[in-house]
Design a protein around this ligand. Sequence first.
Ligand code: 6PG
Length: 492
Amino acid sequence: MTSPENLAYSPAGAAQIGVIGMAVMGSNLARNFASKGHTVAIYNRSPEKTRAVIAEHGSEGAFIASETIEEFVASLERPRKAIIMVQAGPATDAVIAQLCDAMEEGDIIIDGGNALFTDTIRREREVAARGLNFVGAGISGGEEGALHGPSIMPGGPAQTWETLGPLLESISAKVDGVPCVTHIGPDGTGHFVKMVHNGIEYADMQVISEAYHLMRYAAGYEPGQIADVFAEWNRGDLDSYLIEITAEVLRQKDRRTGKPFIDIILDAAGQKGTGRWTVKEALDLGVPVTGIGEAVFARALSSALAQRQAAQDGGLPAGTLSTLEQLGIEPGDFVEDVRRALYASKLVAYAQGFDEINAGSMEHDWGINPGDLARIWRGGCIIRAKFLNRITEAYENEPTLASLLLDPYFKRELEGLVDSWRRVVVVATQLGLPVPVFASSLSYYDSLRAKRLPAALIQGQRDFFGAHTYKRIDMEGTFHTAWSGDREELDY
Ligand code: 6PG
């Protein structure tokens, strides 16, 4: 068998699956396959990493390690299946080109990275022209998920699912015995839904952070106390991975200073791009993912350190600020309101994300089933949450639901949340604490339910300066008013 010193042993056609890229995600995925009894071919551009995986984990299962792509490909059983876990972008293209040269007709190349779905569509076309299959697969769950059971979102040609399905099901997370993987649809659907998953992840993380901020700076709770609140919330409607890890982060003490860990972290949030892609694509599709957009911008604003410093140095005026005490609000009551505002804003984030998925599916004729998607997000992925069961049911009951918020269950939930949600946005504003996603989600909700929107005025303005025309509420047709002339209304 392969040893760390000798990676040359590659029995032809023995491995059921191959993984390229031995950084943490790739090596953990390979170990996951091996732990499920599969023989796994592994390869990394620099063989040292491959050797390290064999040295540290070679005894966990059957690995065949190779030093060249040709050896790696030869070690796979046909049709060959190779998962690429390298950096998105040019590195992925380079590996695909090498695989295309070494593989044969019918083989399957899977890209498990966070690729932009339009790149995936292009790659699928290029790979198909070489007689091979290409599958863009979103994989969520971070390092732990890759090792113990991620949520997997494969797109690509439907026939690849017959071969890939059982393999992916064996390593995926399971909820009530149901694997968190399904064939999403053709083309770049896998990476499209993973992109939106990440957009929802951004909004979810932001609303949790807004809730923390209010408990800390409005209610005056200490981090450990807030950790207890989140742990408590994790036993109810908000039960989710992100709430669970939030409690852990808040409970952590800095090893160097003994201070709360949260207080020594620079408050500038990073981002690798998937949230931004979600918003850019939503803009093109015309889908208002306002919560996700605000979450992306909140990260950008937090990272604009020089500008923030200038604003502080310049002492931007706050106007008159209140405290909870001055407003006569008990901290405990306020925290319960915050829980409800968080739940409501989270519902909006998921509703907007699913709107984008449905719009993308319509636009590209992909036939994505939102209920199936909600089912595979119940476990393994970063946004896994108890209420995804309810989203699955909502789409099962009504596959063409106009908005998740209109599902009878969620509608009832919102009825119980909306007063608290309003109070939280009002109070946060009175205290001068920023709540971009709480507030924009509430505005979105109120816009959806409004009988009239100010858009009528915008149409009037557009017609005034640019003869852009408007429609009337009382008759068919398109109209323009001769603003600079006699102001007669003309049919257009
Ligand atoms: C996942 C995560 C993972 C990663 C994102 C977020 O589903 O496992 O979404 O893909 O954590 O890329 O990264 P940023 O916050 O850096 O954009």
